[in-house]
Ligand binder design. Structure first.
Ligand code: GLU
Length: 498
């Protein structure tokens, strides 16, 4: 079998959807597994809905996920001449007719019809071509079969297929035409894409047959071999992604933008791993799968056809595991865009624009101090974006006090004042290491008849403002004696006033 050629063919009409990420990835995995070519094709014929920034978003997201194309990006907007040529061929072959029906007129006429869609009103009116939308005359009899690796053979009765539009009245080609012409010219062997596009496959097949019969095989694009070009691709329609309610992921309801996962501090290797398992899994059923294992095992035949649940919680969990796998240095480096965005931006590096700046004044951030805390943070976060919230108490002049934490650990604890007082005394002369501070706190607790956890709680809230956070004694060590005592005294004062 010649090297397969696959394409990812997004339309640049919005953020890069996780579903598109999964489609791109399956194409990429298939190409890598089979020594094939992975092509990026930007389907930008819809000038009203396309924006250049979305094209950049696609290219960036793919680079970030490590799926750079072998060929392309090709742009449909640059192939208008070829689509015009194909439209001529189809017109001359009698496959098209002109139509001047408005959408409303069609709806009014066809309401209540057994077969939905266009009713063929203009089929034999003989309207001239110029200035009119062009429809493809679908056969009235017979069937069109879509051979799909994932779904088997899907049969469409031709009489149920409406005469679909292939070109607008201004001559612009529609998706179904440009899409299949490109697949033909680019020598695409496998069309791997979302299942919502399955209904357009039989239309594409009809156009394909008409073109091949007319001998209209265009200039090969890229490394496409001419001999291959007249062969229909193998289809593979991937299962829909659904949310917790088993509804199709929606741009409005669900977090679907790859860009926002990146901004929140998901690692590309974690997201890629997660996306790979939405509809397929390698033998063994593991959740965390190295890239090479994905590549070595990927097979379209094994892709599931039932909807795949895009579970953000599972993704976050997996991301945390990937974060734990980083070396301490790597973690400290990769989290910088979230904890020190000013310096990163100044160095010309990427920062998560939508994540907002960390809560401390930038000049109070100390990279050396952060580096000491970083391993503690690494153990606790699910995303890199959670890091500032775990260390803000260190870089803010005074910690932000979570009032619920305060009430629980100090306000409602009659022993808290005595305990804070005892801690101030003990910390005044303790060796300033996490271990010694821990021992000192155990001793303070014993005096008060408390276990360590109970003794720690008021101290933690006094120093960090919150009942949860990185390990206390290491944090105290990093903050330094003076600052810890200052905060303990401040809290004691506040607790006494009440
Ligand atoms: N451009 C189409 C879309 O974004 C996909 C076309 C295809 O993969 O065949 O939905």
């Amino acid at each position: 079998m010649p090297a397969p050629r696959v394409r990812f063919a997004p339309s640049p009409t919005g953020f890069f959807h996780v579903g598109s990420g999964r489609t791109a990835l399956y194409n990429w995995l298939f190409a890598r597994r089979n020594g094939g070519v992975f092509i990026l094709r930007i389907e930008d014929t819809d000038t009203e809905r396309n924006r250049e920034e979305w094209v950049d978003g696609i290219v960036d997201a793919m680079a970030w996920l490590g799926m750079e194309p072998d060929e392309g990006p090709y742009r449909q907007s640059q192939r208008a001449a070829r689509y015009a040529e194909v439209t001529d061929t189809l017109w001359e072959g009698g496959h098209l007719y002109a139509c001047d029906c408005t959408r409303d007129a069609v709806l009014a006429r066809t309401a209540g019809n057994a077969t939905p869609g266009y009713d063929g009103f203009c089929r034999d009116r003989g309207l001239r071509r110029e200035g009119h939308a062009l429809r493809f005359r679908t056969p009235d009899e017979g069937e069109t079969e879509v051979h799909d690796v994932i779904r088997g053979t899907v049969t469409f009765r031709n009489e149920t297929m409406e005469d679909f539009v292939v070109a607008r009245s201004n001559g612009e080609p529609l998706f179904v035409l440009a899409n299949i012409v490109d697949d033909l010219d680019m020598g695409i062997t496998h069309v791997i894409r979302g299942e919502e596009l399955l209904p357009s496959a039989p239309k594409a097949i009809l156009i394909w047959h008409a073109l091949v019969a007319a001998g209209s095989v265009g200039e090969p694009v890229g490394e496409a071999g001419r001999g291959e070009a007249a062969r229909l691709p193998v289809w593979a329609h991937l299962p829909t992604l659904v949310n917790e309610q088993r509804k199709k992921l929606s741009k409005r309801r669900d977090p679907v933008a790859v860009e926002s996962y990146r901004d929140e501090g998901y690692l590309p290797e974690a997201l890629r791993n997660y996306l790979a398992l939405l509809g397929w899994s390698p033998p063994g059923g593991e959740e965390k799968v190295p890239l090479q294992v994905l590549v070595d095992n990927f097979a379209l035949e094994d892709v599931n056809h039932s909807p795949a649940f895009f579970d953000v919680k599972k993704l976050a969990h997996l991301n945390g595991e990937y974060i734990r796998d980083l070396s301490a240095d790597e973690f400290a480096e990769r989290v910088l865009p979230w904890v020190d965005p000013g310096a990163e931006r100044a160095a010309g590096r990427w920062v998560p624009e939508s994540a907002g700046a960390p809560p401390w004044p930038p000049e109070r951030f100390d990279p050396a101090v952060f580096r000491r805390l970083a391993p503690l943070v690494q153990e606790r976060v699910a995303t890199l974006g959670e890091a500032p919230g775990l260390v803000d108490f260190v870089f803010l002049e005074d910690p932000y006090v979570d009032e619920a934490s305060w009430e629980k650990a100090i306000g409602c604890d009659p022993g808290a004042v005595g305990l804070l007082d005892a801690a101030i005394h003990a910390y005044g002369h303790a060796d300033w290491t996490a271990e010694a501070l821990r021992a000192a706190t155990v001793a303070v607790g014993e005096q008060a008849g408390r276990k360590l956890a109970k003794a720690q709680a008021p101290i933690r809230v006094a120093v960090t403002g919150c009942t949860v956070g990185p390990p206390l004694f290491e944090s105290l060590e990093v903050l330094g004696r003076e600052e810890v005592l200052r905060r303990l005294r401040g809290a004691l004062e506040r607790a006494r006033v009440r």
